[in-house]
Write a protein that binds this ligand. Structure first.
Ligand code: AMP
Length: 115
């Protein structure tokens, strides 16, 4: 755990959040500033700063996060109409919180512009 990391502190329950899913490897909670009717964040419990720091040994974890996102999309009723998964990486990628996270966004027709 990184003491300065807001998402590590959410994992440790030092900071409150609206948790929607948890297992031994990951946590999912509602984004504090949602950009769509449904906006969840799926994160590894371990502190991985971004996709750029993922290692070969974390291949299973990376896949697990995507499958959890898929399952949560179904649970939130997004599967039929569709949704978007976004992973920002680094400064120019628009990443603000330096703890790897997948945005699950849906519940409305999203724009085609990504950048
Ligand atoms: P990114 O720009 O990809 O780093 O996205 C970070 C996301 O974390 C943003 O959508 C923020 O609204 C969200 N966020 C920041 N702090 C919190 C928090 N304490 N609880 C829930 N979401 C948060």
């Amino acid at each position: 755990m990184e003491q300065e990391c807001i998402f590590c502190r959410i994992v440790a329950r030092e900071v409150a959040s609206d948790v929607v899913y948890e297992d031994t490897e990951c946590l999912a909670f509602r984004d504090i500033a949602p950009q769509a009717p449904i906006h969840l964040l799926i994160i590894p419990k371990s502190h991985i700063p971004s996709v750029a720091e993922l290692t070969e040994g974390q291949q299973e974890l990376a896949g697990h996060l995507i499958l959890i996102a898929k399952n949560l999309a179904e649970r939130e009723g997004l599967a039929a109409k569709g949704y978007r998964l976004v992973v920002n990486c680094g400064y120019e990628g628009g990443q603000v919180v330096p703890h790897l996270h997948i945005h699950l966004i849906g519940g409305m027709k999203l724009g085609s512009k990504l950048g």
